[in-house]
Design a protein around this ligand. Structure first.
Ligand code: SF4
Length: 214
């Protein structure tokens, strides 16, 4: 089966399993989404959703977060992984939004990537989920799934993102990102799983190093 056909069949399965995948990080503004995505590195979305209500009550917008002291931010987010560096980055990020963007989150991927603590994946999530722009954020989970499903032979997330953007239509990118995240969480346990039971790996075939994806 050619890669384009595989992508179509995988897309149909994902649509059946997750017809309307919700955005997992709770937020009420682009700013709150940006903060939540920064917090989600090395932390589960559920954990982020546990800490953000108190943080957003205290700092619903960049001005208030920039005015908080770093230890105060740290206290509110301590249960997230990498909390000390996240507290530092969040304060700098909020300050940069106030100083350089009039207290608003810029709807521009290059501007977003220039903000402290914001990488390409975070910027892509915000562009898509806050501003509705087509983007296909690829993290290590999506990178692995794309390889297992023989959609990409990318050796890094950048290459995999380019492949997925080529194979899926632009209007599907954001939805496919979320569907792959949900699929990975639900179907890909760390061990003891049987590929024959998997709705996708059971038919997709194994990636083999020498073979072209076609
Ligand atoms: S077989 Fe299914 S559960 Fe296992 S890695 Fe592939 S997609 Fe995930």
């Amino acid at each position: 089966m050619k890669r384009a056909e595989r992508a179509k069949r995988i897309g149909a399965i994902l649509d059946r399993l997750y017809p309307l995948p919700p955005i997992p990080l709770r937020h009420e503004s682009p700013f709150q989404l940006l903060v939540a995505v920064v917090l989600s590195a090395q932390t589960t979305d559920a954990q982020v959703n546990r800490v953000t209500p108190a943080l957003f009550r205290r700092a619903p917008a960049p001005e208030a977060l920039a005015a908080m002291r770093e230890p105060e931010i740290l206290k509110l987010i301590r249960s997230c992984g990498l909390a000390p560096s996240k507290a530092r980055n969040l304060k700098r990020l909020a300050q940069a939004l106030v100083d350089d963007h009039g207290g608003r989150v810029p709807a521009d991927i290059d501007d977003l990537e220039r903000l402290p603590g914001v990488g390409h994946k975070t910027a892509s999530v915000v562009m898509n989920q806050a501003f509705g722009e087509p983007a296909f954020p690829v993290d290590t989970h999506i990178h692995r799934l794309a390889a297992r499903w023989r959609l990409s032979r990318g050796t890094n997330v950048e290459q995999t993102e380019r492949d997925l953007k080529t194979i899926f239509p632009r209007e599907e990118w954001g939805k496919r990102h979320l569907q792959m995240i949900y699929f990975g969480r639900q179907h890909c346990p760390a061990r003891n799983h049987d590929a024959a039971q998997c709705p996708i790996c059971s038919w997709v075939g194994r990636p083999s190093p020498g073979r072209s994806l076609s």
